[in-house]
Design a protein. Structure first.
Length: 325
């Protein structure tokens, strides 16, 4: 990586309003200014796309309708050329040193394909990187814990939340399947976890950088606000198992725990939003394609299964059940 790396910032917008304005303003206040800022608008009807189009220094990619986060992120990545790519949610506000510190961490670890920042939400943590569990649940490390200085050391983590993650373009190009960095079939939710796995299978690491800090608003009541959202999440959990999970989790030893999580999610979906169970049908329709993708990912791997399994922490089932209620 060059001594003074250039960073492209990609923001996916959808009726972002004042949140989008705040996110873009925080990019403009960086100690390491981004060389490129691209906003991909997913069919907003609140005037935010028109506002972006009138701002100097911003490039707008406008979709006629909501094509999903994965497709929009791919469009933004393809529209840029810098060696580092920041993917940013419209509801994240970066602290001024974010890019400078994250880019420095990337420079010190040439094997790193991603840097995960310290995201906070109010007085608690939102994410300090992804943690993999043996049920194929991937949690945001530290989520909900006090923002009191814990997780204060830089360290390797399984992956990064795409709400605000710095990626190495070389890694994104290396793991892309048929030109797709993020799998379009995921539409939204868990597409970053799918990317975590593919990067790991190719031997790339991810580092948590506590000095790269930002605030994540996270609106509403989380993943279970609507049947449509939970339908996407349910579909994508099945796709994760079939596309990127270690072989022992897909078919053989240890398969009970990932399937137990799927059964739990199906049961919760049936209780909260029965229509969300259509996600099982959606996943079944895509099963063949997901399995073909897995064969390609497996044949192109640079590491063996043990390298993935070493990241798998026990699943805190009681905590997971409490959060799901």
């Amino acid at each position: 990586m060059s001594a003074d790396p250039q960073v492209a910032a990609v923001v996916v917008g959808w009726n972002g309003g004042s949140d989008l304005v705040a996110a873009l303003d925080s990019l403009g206040r960086q100690s390491l200014p981004p060389a490129e800022v691209v906003v991909v608008d997913n069919g907003s009807v609140d005037g935010s796309a028109e506002w972006v189009a009138g701002q100097p220094g911003l490039r707008l990619v406008r979709n006629p309708r909501n094509l999903g986060f994965a497709v929009a992120a791919n469009q933004g990545i393809a529209a840029t050329t810098s060696e580092l790519v920041l993917l940013l949610n419209q509801d994240v506000v970066l602290d001024p040193q974010f890019l400078e510190v994250a880019a420095h961490r990337m420079a010190t670890h040439p094997e790193a394909g991603a840097v995960a920042p310290r995201l906070r939400r109010g007085g608690v943590l939102d994410s300090t990187g992804h943690r993999l569990h043996s049920s194929l649940w991937v949690s945001n490390r530290g989520q909900g814990e006090p923002d009191d200085g814990r997780y204060g050391e830089a360290e390797e983590v399984f992956g990064a939340s795409a709400a605000a993650a710095l990626y190495r373009r070389e890694m994104l190009q290396d793991v892309a399947l048929e030109g797709e960095v993020f799998c379009a079939r995921f539409f939204a939710y868990l597409e970053d976890v799918d990317l975590d796995f593919r990067a790991r299978w190719r031997g790339w690491s991810c580092w948590y950088e506590p000095g790269a800090t930002a605030s994540h608003i996270r609106g509403g009541s989380g993943l279970h606000r609507t049947a449509a959202i939970e339908r996407h999440v349910l579909t994508n959990r099945f796709l994760l198992l079939e596309r990127v999970a270690p072989p022992s989790w897909r078919r053989g030893r240890g398969q009970l725990r990932p399937r137990a999580l799927l059964l739990l999610r199906c049961g919760l979906a049936a209780r909260r939003h029965p229509a969300a169970l259509l996600g099982v049908v959606d996943a079944a329709r895509q099963l063949g394609a997901a399995r073909r993708d897995w064969r390609r990912i497996w044949s192109a791997r640079r590491v063996e299964e043990a390298e993935i399994l070493r990241w798998a922490a026990p699943t805190p089932w009681r905590r997971l059940l409490r959060r799901s209620n």
